[in-house]
Design a protein around this ligand. Structure first.
Ligand SMILES: Nc1ncnc2c1ncn2[C@@H]1O[C@H](COP(=O)(O)OP(=O)(O)OP(=O)(O)O)[C@@H](O)[C@H]1O
Length: 257
């Protein structure tokens, strides 16, 4: 069956505005991400990337505009609402609990942990069932994590990123947003994270990736959306541009053709 172009759109950001007092941080940002596509969200410091990600992930809802998931408008006014809509965000701090193991981190999320840190001690969580699903989530990523029983504080930065990505997949996300996933990683671990991004996108997950690293963008992304002073000034296929073109768009020195 041939699917129409509209069936392919996982996420649509439509004319989103966000103000903080006198600062108009987002001035009508629009773009789409198709299923299985990896889109870089680029822009200089203060361009509005984090504000946009926070709007999509329910941390602060947009003042105006709409977010659509799989063609349906969704009302995202909390991180839980974003999760229910199929959107997971891997923030830079990864929100992991170091003294818990991988399985527990895959299941415990910010809301549960903050509200019920005692749950685990009371044994209210079915650890065996969790471990089964944890293995499945990690296998799905072909990840090189030593064991799902390993404690987070023993893992390298790249392995922690892998767990954070596995957690997003484990929650059944259609759309995964990542905030500079390789910023603190060396060459080999960055390559492993890129591999994971490829794996989840090949499974149909749409990925939005904030990055300041143009090499990473050209290696990983299909398209790039460039924000400049709160506006989307370019939406380009990465194969059509050079790293220098992207830098020119980010700094405002170049306009999209
Ligand atoms: N909570 C807030 N209160 C007031 N102003 C804010 C708030 N969050 C962001 N801003 C402002 O909105 C604008 C966009 O900031 P944002 O953090 O989204 O940019 P960014 O592209 O993520 O930058 P960076 O790459 O430095 O993280 C900036 O002028 C910033 O000062």
């Amino acid at each position: 069956m041939v699917r129409s172009a509209l069936d392919q759109i996982a996420l649509e950001v439509r004319d989103v505005h966000k103000r903080f007092g006198g600062v108009h941080a987002l001035k009508g940002v629009s773009f789409t991400i198709n299923k299985g596509e990896v889109v870089g969200l680029l822009g200089d410091n203060g361009a509005g990337k984090s504000t946009l990600v926070r709007c999509i992930s329910g941390i602060h809802p947009p003042d105006e505009g709409a977010i659509l998931v799989n063609g349906q408008p969704v009302h995202i006014d909390s991180p839980l609402a974003a999760r229910e809509a199929g959107i997971e965000t891997v923030f830079q701090d990864l929100a992991m609990v170091p003294e818990f193991d991988i399985t527990e981190n895959l299941f415990l999320n910010r809301e549960i942990l903050h509200k019920n840190p005692i749950l685990r001690r009371l044994g209210w969580l079915d650890k065996k069932a969790m471990e089964k699903r944890a293995k499945k989530a990690l296998n799905r990523l072909n990840s090189r994590i030593p064991s799902y029983q390993e404690q987070i504080h023993r893992l390298s930065g790249g392995q922690r990123q892998a767990v954070a990505i596995a957690r997003a997949v484990n929650w059944g996300a259609d759309i995964v947003i990542m905030d500079e996933p390789t910023a603190a990683l060396g060459v080999e671990q960055s390559a492993q994270v890129n591999e994971l991004i490829n794996v989840i996108s090949s499974q149909g997950v749409a990925v939005l990736l904030i990055s300041h690293n143009m090499q990473h963008v050209v290696e990983t992304c299909d398209r790039a959306v460039v924000l400049y002073q709160g506006q989307s000034v370019a939406d380009v296929s990465v194969s059509d541009v050079t790293k220098e073109d992207l830098v020119g768009l980010i700094t405002g020195a170049k306009s999209a053709a």
